[in-house]
Design a protein around this ligand. Sequence first.
Ligand code: ADP
Ligand code: MG
Length: 256
Amino acid sequence: MSHIFCVANQKGGVGKTTTSVNLAAALHQSGQRTLLVDLDPQGNGTMGSGIDKRKLEHSVYHLLVGLGKLEAVRVVSPSGGYDVLPANRDLAGAEIELVNLERREKRLRETLYKCVADYDFVLIDCPPSLSLLTLNGLCAAHGVIIPMQCEYYALEGLSDLVNSIKKVHANLNHDLKIIGLLRVMFDPRITLQQQVSAQLESHFGDKVFRAVVPRNIRLAEAPSHGMPGVVFDRSSRGAQAYLAFANELIERVKTL
Ligand code: ADP
Ligand code: MG
């Protein structure tokens, strides 16, 4: 069975794309057939996979508005080895165009139906909003992976996201559940981060992944080389954390 997971958090800069790209690469390295869907017009997941977003003839935009075929959009990440449905600024237009289309929130779901059997994991890198694009991601997915920084306002933002997920679950996609919370950019020397991390564990229990991704410069450097961190510097602490996370996820999905 394939697992379709959104990597979502309505805040920007919290590690969604870094998590999507590194998880995709780590799963691929573990022999899992993996597809990364870039659902953010910024195209960072596309660039970070070593695919030039400026040179795309077809992208996720074309799939969502019904102008392109999957075969014309799907590419292999040259650095990561996994498949990608890439995106660029065109996708910002989809947000507006979709409003007038039928089943506007189910467009991605219908696209993925056509290829889901090719994969063990499909990861959707969502934009930093609770927009129609994110809604398409949530409607297409079986679960949500939430990367978060252990900061003071993190818990507040989390409740907005959890409420949105509940609404989508109730009205649009009964399959949707929270797979887990991933602590990222973690710095154990900061007391506040330790406190928020402990709070997360007491509130969410098993939903908090055991793997913790540290703040690590190698992860931040990798995208400028068009590589996932786990390829760019596999021995770095950040890469090791994402490799451990991938193994944990492979175990966790056996219990779903
Ligand atoms: P989002 O997709 O949620 O906007 P990104 O994954 O793009 O967030 O991360 C935001 C910035 O933080 C990027 O510059 C990225 O390279 C950097 N970053 C992400 N995770 C880490 C980490 N664990 N350590 C250091 N820098 C990180
Ligand atoms: Mg991003």
